[in-house]
Write a protein that binds this ligand. Structure first.
Ligand code: UT7
Length: 331
């Protein structure tokens, strides 16, 4: 396929809810301990959205932040892609709500759900529109309110998840920079290992959950763990090899933040130094699709990224899905 332009990230933004949920507070809710959570997951606290706040509001703040960071007038945005598995409404979508709040009347807007791989899938989708010349500026907004689908009586899952929003403006960048390659995939046959029923559920779905709780996460943690560590290593190695590079050529890796042990295990498999792997898990927990864009925004605002840096964004999630993108930072 002819690529007319190179696509890259022009600006990033994020917004986390104010309220913190600490491990000590969780000790009062379920039978767990700060020691167990830190040792087995690396998480110390996560942010939780207020009951009366729509997720779209967090998403709009992250989006405004990213547009400001990109230095473009918001009217230049030609497409909005929402990445979420916890939208306020099935319709209107998160992307449509953001479009309305930003006053971008008429701009196409849609959501995609690839669970925790959502941002990688969305960036890969935006990349196609930029490369073929269809649009000049695309807003991706990845936001999650996982606390709304978490069963706080289930200690196997409730210690893991948090809420938050991350955003990016994607557009044309100089040759030799931007998105240099991608690997994406899904294993539907493994989907039963991580489920959140929505409009339909089976007897088995109900049996796995605490009574009366239908639309909450159920997960076979160790199955997902094994898949995640393997696939994040494989996808990273594939995306760098396809670009005729090696992991040693990478300045940073931004992995999906699910569990510190998954990250350590994946990084060990690819023989990459853990010091060059970005992590905010300790403070945010797992915020699914929002995880990578929040990390990118933090790193970018902290001045960690410079033009020409080679980075990999790599994620796995419900589906089960996975994806890795190789980027040469263009800002
Ligand atoms: O974005 C994708 C979302 N999913 C994930 O990333 C999750 C991937 N999986 C994981 O992160 C890990 O599998 C968990 C953190 C979920 C669990 O860690 P683990 O080391 O695999 O523990 P385990 O499930 O093998 O459980 C070990 C023990 C069990 O007790 P018994 O059966 O040995 O007596 C659990 O009941 O730890 C117990 N346990 C807990 N104890 C205290 C499970 N959760 C907790 C808890 N506090 N919160």
């Amino acid at each position: 396929m002819t690529k007319l332009y190179k696509a890259g990230i022009l600006g990033t933004g994020s917004c986390l809810p104010q309220r913190k949920l600490t491990n000590a507070e969780l000790e009062d809710i379920v039978e767990t301990s700060d020691e167990w959570i830190v040792k087995r997951t690396g998480i110390r606290e996560r942010r939780i959205i207020d009951n009366d706040m729509p997720l779209a509001k967090l998403a709009v703040r992250a989006a405004e932040n990213a547009i400001h960071d990109a230095g473009i007038p918001r009217e230049e945005i030609e497409l909005i892609i929402g990445a979420t598995l916890t939208p306020d409404y099935l319709c209107p979508t998160l992307a449509c709500s953001v479009q309305k709040e930003l006053g971008l009347k008429g701009v196409p807007a849609f959501d995609m759900n690839a669970a925790c791989t959502g941002f990688v899938y969305a960036l890969n989708t935006a990349q196609q529109y930029i490369e073929n010349g269809a649009y000049k500026y695309i807003l991706i907004v990845a936001a999650e309110a996982l606390s709304r689908v978490t069963d706080y009586q289930d200690r196997k899952t409730c210690v893991l998840f948090g809420d938050g929003a991350g955003a990016a403006v994607v557009g044309r960048v100089e040759d030799g920079t931007g998105i240099m390659g991608y690997v994406t995939g899904a294993h539907g046959e493994l989907g039963h290992n991580l489920t959140i029923p929505c409009l339909y559920s089976t007897e088995e779905d109900l049996a796995k959950r605490n009574e009366g709780k239908k639309q909450v996460v159920w997960m076979d943690g160790s199955e997902v763990f094994t898949f995640a560590a393997r696939i994040m290593a494989e996808a990273t190695l594939r995306v760098v090899t396809d670009a005729r590079l090696s992991v040693g050529d990478l300045d940073y890796i931004f992995p999906h933040q699910a569990n510190a042990r998954i990250i350590q295990n994946a990084v060990k498999r690819m023989r990459y130094p853990i010091e060059k792997v970005y992590s905010n898990l300790e403070r945010t927990g797992n915020i699914s699709a929002a995880s990578i864009p929040v990390c990118l925004d933090e790193a970018s605002k902290a001045g960690m990224l410079k033009k020409g840096d080679r980075i990999v964004l790599v994620a796995f999630g419900g589906g089960l899905t996975y994806g890795a993108l190789l980027l040469c930072w263009s800002r």
